[in-house]
Design a protein around this ligand. Structure first.
Ligand code: GUN
Length: 285
């Protein structure tokens, strides 16, 4: 393979080591960062994500509390739990794993979380902060991508950046973060015409489509940096990203693998936001 691997696992471990030091300092001031993780229903992927988030929290010294609710939980019950957690002094961050089982409404729960505890940065207030470039809480997956770029020596300023995908969680905030670092950013989506030609112009290509091996070698410029946010199963049930890793790895200069690329970084940034929230609590003591 021609491309250098961007090792998200190792970079996330370095971020967690820095956070563990910060947590020790907070604990010396009598503050243990607290994260509440809410999981509604039995979705297997969500269960894995929640387990990984709780485990990573414990590793850096964050007190993570899991709240598992049955799939038939009513909106009133869920919002009552959020209210209770909003009021708890020892809880700095609240995360409700999405998507919620129907008919529960993701937006209603996001709106109910106190923006000062919204460590996913999903609330309208925090999305607004992101637009302005005032990062109280970082949007976890896009911030993880930026951290990978920084720690891999990739300069964004002046580069052509193409983001494939326009979700509120990844595509839109990703474009903002690249823009704030002076990239020239294009967002592509399912209605984009001549997608391959646009992608071929990218110095930095971020794939957040949710379709296995969607980005093929003919869509990538020689020497591009390729970041794969996807988490899919291929035809054999094997975990794979949005990028045809083998073929694109022969063209790109740097590439993230799946697993072991963006995934561990998303969790590291969640922990970072939780520590940020706890620092604010410590400042008020
Ligand atoms: N579902 C998929 N990604 C995420 C995430 O980053 N946070 C939450 N809460 N749910 C998700």
């Amino acid at each position: 393979m021609k491309a250098t691997l961007i090792d998200g696992k190792a970079i996330a471990a370095a971020v967690r080591a820095d956070l563990a030091d910060e947590v020790s300092q907070l604990q010396a001031c009598g503050v243990t960062p607290g994260l509440a993780v809410i999981l509604v229903g039995e979705d297997p992927a969500s269960q894995v994500y929640v387990r990984n988030k709780t485990r990573a929290s414990a590793e850096v010294g964050i007190h993570a509390e899991e709240f598992r609710l049955p799939a038939d939980t009513s909106e009133a019950e869920l919002l009552a739990l959020v209210d209770e957690l909003n009021a708890r002094e020892d809880i700095d961050g609240i995360l409700c794993q999405l998507p919620l089982p129907r008919p529960l409404d993701d937006a209603a729960v996001i709106a109910a979380i106190d923006p000062r505890k919204d460590v996913d940065a999903f609330s309208a207030v925090n999305v607004g902060h992101i637009m302005i470039g005032d990062y109280t809480f970082l949007p976890c997956t896009p911030a993880g991508v930026m951290e990978l770029l920084h720690r891999s020596g990739v300069e964004v300023a002046g580069k052509r950046c193409v983001v494939i995908g326009r979700s509120n969680i990844v595509g839109k905030p990703m474009a903002m973060l690249l823009l704030h670092e002076n990239g020239t950013v294009t967002i592509c989506h399912s209605k984009t015409k001549e997608l391959a030609a646009i992608c071929r112009e990218a110095d930095i290509l971020v794939a957040a489509v949710g379709r296995a091996k969607f980005v093929t070698a003919d869509m990538v410029k020689d020497g591009a940096v390729v970041i794969d946010v996807g988490m899919n199963r291929d035809e054999n049930g094997k975990l794979c990203g949005d990028v045809d890793f083998e073929a694109v790895g022969e063209i790109a200069s740097q590439i993230t693998p799946v697993p072991g690329g963006v995934g561990p970084m998303t969790i590291a940034m969640l922990l970072k936001n939780t520590v940020t929230a706890a620092k604010r609590r410590a400042e008020k003591l």
